[in-house]
Design a protein around this ligand. Structure first.
Ligand SMILES: Nc1ncnc2c1ncn2[C@@H]1O[C@H](COP(=O)(O)OP(=O)(O)OP(=O)(O)O)[C@@H](O)[C@H]1O
Ligand SMILES: [Mg+2]
Length: 635
């Protein structure tokens, strides 16, 4: 007898479930996406024990007729695509026809559903993939799912579940983010004891942020919007002999980005607060994450991450969503265009708004509890999570001043209690987003220096308030950007040393040195080998002398040693520029006369990113006029 057998549907479904459903949040995700695909405008989620015991999802979508309701639980049964051509431009969130049979195979499931024209609906009960009952039911229009005892028949999976609170936080993060992506719809999430989220429809995304997180969070975010046409359609055109008479080349369409990015003062320890939606689908994508990091490079410390809520819209054929069973990964057909546009849009937003850090942010923030943007670090379903980091994030306090490396967690302060009006179901009053004038560094140029604090910080004023500027990092930023500009045209100003500086290196440093010698030369260094383990520096960038010169070289070598593999020319370039800038910048404990202070402030005002130094430390703190008045109880 042969060895090979075809697996039963039951087993096949459980295998598929392993890919699609790995925790309660992934069930919620699939059901939510189905509800949205069904055109629902009201979605209510209830969970017990973090979703392990019960998940109930009610939507007011178009529902299903009796036959469809039964078919929906068959493998590969879907109403969303018909042929493989449809796979090329998927406009719905689901398309695989796998979610429901998968969920049904590993839980006790009940579903009630009714379409508009039929007087009564259908009720189906399935246990571990077996249909137990099918009845008529007097259900309201739409669909309700009840999923009990998730993984009851797959103990191995059940073991991998985390604590109730962790699972609940994943569910909350998920529903919250879908609510953010669909401000025009009503979302509710309830646990057995609490209303965790009640978000009636609003007109604008910022109103939804305000509704969910409160105005403090809005203050820490910058809104972003950009669009560009695609140069061409991402899909190849059919060959001429296959075209109809009235064939028209496809319209390339637009790439649109909107959403919110955090000011540099807000720093996270991991990428878990970067949320990316493509055509309203929540995804995880390395390419986009890379573009985000690139945009914040030399604004945030390399070990810190921003908060990003980004909604990308593009024609469906520009993105292949059929690359991952949980549909959390996608492939863009025009990768580099998308990558560069995301990077540039974020960077431009940061450059244009140049947000100033309020140094009394913590004092003026509401004194009550300030949970972070999300209930906890919340990786996407199916992603490994790092518990120690999550704990560290939760433990960290709101910092009084913008953090310095190593990054401290700054919690997004938001209303301690979500607006839960009574039983949570009553409509919320209309939301008015406060129109606050955003603190901006564009007014740096109008600053009048008053003097120095301990010969280290410049105190300055203008109509907007009182400012403190860290003289060292301010100069560092000025020099850094100047060096990069000069490097671009190969014109870094340098000076010859009276006496060559001899520097001794370790053998491996000598190897590294030969690797980076060319780039050093472009940055104004003139260095030659002087014996087997010594180099002689004959010229250096202006402003770099003596011990500082030697330290710069050592620092650059050290960095290239640590990052030998990940080194690319761009990072090397910025590393070198950052080192030179740091070592030739005005030091702390250094007296400055008014003219030099004014010069420094004017130069800083001209930089692209006066917010933070190349290592991500804040440069300027502002005590706004409003804060001052508030502190003196005048308003
Ligand atoms: N809440 C709902 N309201 C109306 N119809 C639904 C609902 N949920 C599921 N369906 C129907 O059941 C079908 C099967 O759902 P299922 O989630 O298994 O597959 P899918 O959404 O088509 O694809 P995927 O597996 O990628 O999610 C859907 O195509 C849809 O027609
Ligand atoms: Mg689905």
């Amino acid at each position: 007898m042969g060895r090979i057998r075809i697996l039963s549907d039951q087993v096949a479904n459980q295998i598929a479930a392993g890919e699609v459903v790995d925790r309660p949040a992934s069930v919620v995700k699939e059901l939510l996406e189905n509800a949205l695909d069904a055109g629902a405008t009201r979605i209510r989620v209830e969970v017990e024990a973090g979703g392990r015991k019960l998940i109930r999802m009610t939507d007011n979508g178009h529902g299903m007729m009796r036959d469809d309701a039964l078919l929906a639980f068959e493998r590969h049964a879907t109403s969303k695509i018909r042929s493989s051509d449809d796979l090329l431009s998927i406009a719905t969130l689901g398309f695989r026809g796998e979610a429901l049979p998968s969920i049904a195979s590993i839980s006790r499931l009940e579903m009630e559903t009714r379409v508009e024209d039929e007087p009564s609906g259908t009720r189906i009960e399935i246990v571990g993939g077996k249909v137990m009952r099918v009845d008529d039911a007097g259900a309201p229009l739409g669909t309700t799912f009840i999923i009990r005892d998730l993984f009851f028949n797959t103990p191995a999976r059940r073991k991998f579940l985390k604590s109730e609170t962790t699972e609940l936080s994943h569910v909350t993060a998920l529903v919250t983010h879908y609510a953010l992506a669909h401000p025009d719809k009503h979302f509710e999430l309830h646990s057995a004891t609490h209303a965790l989220l009640v978000a009636p429809p609003v007109r604008k995304p910022e109103e939804r942020i305000f509704q969910i997180f409160g105005s403090e969070t809005l203050d820490q975010l910058l809104s972003m919007a950009a669009e560009r046409p695609f140069d061409r359609a991402g899909l190849p055109e059919p060959p001429p002999w296959k075209r109809d008479e009235d064939y028209a080349p496809p319209d390339p369409g637009f790439l649109r980005i909107s959403g919110f990015i955090s000011k540099p003062e807000l720093q996270k320890l991991n990428r878990n607060s970067i949320y990316i939606f493509v055509n309203r689908r929540l995804i995880r994508d390395r390419l986009i994450l890379h573009a985000v990091s690139e945009a914040y490079r030399n604004i945030l410390p390399p070990t810190s991450f921003p908060v990003v809520l980004m909604f990308m819209e593009m024609p469906p054929h520009e993105v292949d969503v059929n690359v991952h069973p949980a549909k959390t990964e996608v492939r863009f057909r025009q990768q580099s265009l998308v990558h560069d546009f995301v990077r540039d849009s974020i960077r431009n937003t940061l450059i244009q708004t140049r947000p100033a850090a309020g140094f009394l942010a913590a004092l003026t923030a509401n004194p009550h509890a300030t949970p972070s943007l999300l209930p906890a670090a919340s990786p996407m379903p199916g992603e490994p999570e790092s518990e120690p980091l999550a704990r560290a994030e939760q433990a960290a306090e709101f910092a009084l001043t913008p953090p310095i490396p190593p990054p401290q967690e700054v919690k997004l302060p938001f209303a301690s209690e979500l607006p839960t009006h009574g039983d949570g179901a009553a409509p919320a009053p209309p939301v008015a987003v406060p129109e606050e004038q955003a603190p901006s560094l564009n007014s740096l140029a109008s600053l009048k220096p008053l003097g120095q604090l301990r010969e280290s910080f410049i105190l300055a004023v203008n109509d907007e308030g009182l400012w403190i500027i860290d003289q060292h990092v301010a100069h560092e930023r000025v020099l850094f950007e100047k060096l990069l500009r000069e490097r671009e045209v190969e014109r870094v100003q340098h000076q010859r040393l009276l006496m060559p500086l001899l520097v001794e290196l370790l053998p491996q440093q000598m190897v590294l040195f030969t690797n980076i010698a060319k780039e050093l030369e472009r940055n104004g260094f003139e260095v030659e080998p002087f014996g087997p383990r010594t180099i002689a520096v004959k010229a250096a960038p202006v402003g770099l002398e003596g011990k500082e010169l030697e330290r710069t070289l050592m620092e650059v070598l050290e960095h290239s040693e640590r990052e030998a593999q990940a080194q690319n020319l761009d990072t090397l370039r910025t590393r070198i520029a950052a080192s030179i800038a740091c070592h030739s910048a005005i030091k702390v404990n250094f007296p400055l006369d008014p003219v030099r202070m004014e010069w420094l402030l004017a130069e800083l005002a001209k930089t692209d990113h006066p917010t933070s130094c190349p290592h991500g430390r804040p440069i300027v703190l502002r005590y706004s006029w409003k804060d001052i008045q508030r502190a003196f109880q005048r308003i």
